[in-house]
Design a protein around this ligand. Structure first.
Ligand code: DP6
Length: 327
């Protein structure tokens, strides 16, 4: 099954209905991580995952018809030979009629490639913008499946709030998509701790494949997710912040443990990351309810409640604080 087969199943036509399609998609942070694929062509995951979307932090994208494919990121033209442009153009190839070229303008307010899930909101916003350009009128579930073809985590960026990505079991992945949870948690805060915004040494795509192929600990990962998922869902439904924080932190640590045991080893944690982790653990020992999660990069995302906002800001004064339910 190829990506093209899936697009054919979902998309009704390639007839642009307007000059420009626009959309916004939020970025999302996984509390239970997606790490490892059962199908690399379709980005089908080994396990389900669960994320929180970051409200107005994400990507605004405009797709218009053009004489040649061009991409702008935050106002700058992206070199067509860059890995970023190639990946985007390959994705756009799925969605064009003969002779059609696109101009894509992405405005993102999350640091690109710093492990802040910028590809997630990028691909989700492109799919939504194409849905607008072609006036397909697809539902969020279909858009989620299309976004997954660009980047797995993008299938969770179609909604605000908590989103569960069902791993699914079908070979064609038609049962692997995001679903928004009904729970709202207005007191929940996410703090972005930017430790290093440079390009990462190895991208999450290659890193997760190397982990699946070589890590002795990877076989425990599906078990870890099966253990964590019901506990996190329970914590969300009864708003038990301590359990949510413990599960999210422990799940991220377990994911990084699978990477450390890959060959060659993958380590996104820098001395600065580790210092921040130890500070969080120290603050917790002193009674402050703050937890973290970490993705494929050195930055941490703090999890805490509104009542501790001032204390957290005093300790981490350059953290970017986001209220996921502010919309
Ligand atoms: C660590 O979605 O970027 O952020 O499907 O290969 O594009 P591809 O991978 P991607 O991986 C995200 C990994 C993660 C965890 C998560 O977001 O669940």
């Amino acid at each position: 099954v190829s990506k093209y087969d899936i697009v054919k199943l979902i998309v009704p036509n390639f007839k642009p209905a307007k000059d420009v399609g626009t959309a916004f998609a939020p970025t999302n942070i996984a509390l239970i991580k997606y790490w490892g694929k059962r199908n690399q062509e379709l980005n089908l995951p080994m396990t389900s995952s669960l994320s929180i979307s970051l409200a107005d932090h994400g990507a605004h994208t405009a797709v218009s018809l053009s004489d040649a494919d061009t991409i702008q990121l935050n106002g700058d033209v992206v070199d067509a030979s860059s890995a970023f442009a190639k990946r985007l153009i390959q994705f756009l190839n799925l969605f064009r009629g003969p002779g059609v070229c696109f101009n894509i303008a992405i405005q993102s307010n999350v640091p690109i490639a710093a492990g802040l899930a910028s590809s997630a909101c990028g691909f989700a916003s492109i799919v939504k913008a194409l849905n607008d350009l072609y006036q397909w009128d697809l539902n969020a579930k279909s858009l989620s499946i299309l976004a997954r073809l660009g980047s797995g985590s993008a299938c969770r960026s179609l909604w605000d709030g908590f989103v569960l990505w069902h791993a699914g079991v079908l070979d064609n992945g038609m049962d692997s998509y995001g679903e928004v949870l009904e729970e709202q948690w207005p007191d929940l805060r996410v703090g972005l701790l930017l430790i290093d915004t440079q390009e990462k040494s190895i991208g999450s795509r290659a890193a997760m494949q190397r982990t699946v192929d070589t890590s002795i600990l990877y076989r425990a990962w599906p078990q870890k997710v099966s253990h964590d998922m019901p506990l996190l869902r329970q914590a969300i439904s009864c708003k038990n912040f301590q359990i949510m924080g413990e599960i999210a932190e422990s799940n991220a640590l377990a994911m990084h443990a699978t990477m450390l045991s890959a060959s060659p080893s993958i380590c996104y944690t820098t001395p600065e990351t580790l210092m921040a982790m130890q500070k969080i653990w120290r603050l917790r020992a002193q009674g402050l309810s703050v937890y973290y999660t970490q993705d494929a990069g050195p930055n941490l995302k703090l999890l805490f409640l509104q009542k501790d906002h001032d204390t957290v800001i005093a300790e981490f004064n350059d953290a970017v604080i986001i209220n996921p339910f502010s919309g």
